[in-house]
Design a protein. Sequence first.
Length: 255
Amino acid sequence: MTKKFDPNMVLDVRKLYKDFVLHTVDGRTVEALNGISLTVSAGEHVALAGTSGAGKSSLLKSIYRTYKPTSGEVWFQLLDGTFVDLVGLTDAELATLRGTQIGYVSQFLRAAPRRSTLDIVAKSGMQRGMDILTAREAAAVALKKLNLDEALWDVSASVLSGGEKQRINLAAGTISPPRLLLLDEPVSALDPSNREAALELIDTLTHQGVAVLAVFHDIEAMERLATRVVVLQHGVVSYEGSPKQTLAKLAGVAR
């Protein structure tokens, strides 16, 4: 049977399951995702809401293949318009897409030792096709937008604070942005001023046609950025809709 896809769609998740086996706790199985289906189109920002343990981060990691899904399909539209199932790709094939067409920004920066801030961000631009000079110039622009002190640009990122590392992560994820960007609490460690700068940067992504799937733990960010909100409960989609309609029903569920 031929699969049918909307040509505007960048991501099409179909009946995705993820189980974890707790080998150190009598081998029991924990169901993190229980048949989730959702889509994200070009220029759309979909925010995931739900209580802790609802499956939000597990979904992002299963799409990015940090976690190998137990079953289901994750269809992604390539630059040439064809669709591939990320679940079925080899590690080598997936590595080619990561950082070029699919980006992931987590709460934590995992960088190679002794790499400077500017080098980390510029490397992301080079992975997405920029030459080294253009990438370094774009990295400088992104870091300035996120208020990272220029005195820190040639410093090893390993010695920086959590908030500084988070801004480096976001700069690297948004420089020459990929077709699909997954954001997992990208502003959780930021003070109000730097949070505002980060939200302004994230807000530009949809205007560039980027498909964004994000987890935020404050309703104000979702109201401001999202075009659609999907609420997860116990690893399934509970309901979804516009931010105004959906967040009114949350009553604290998103926190």
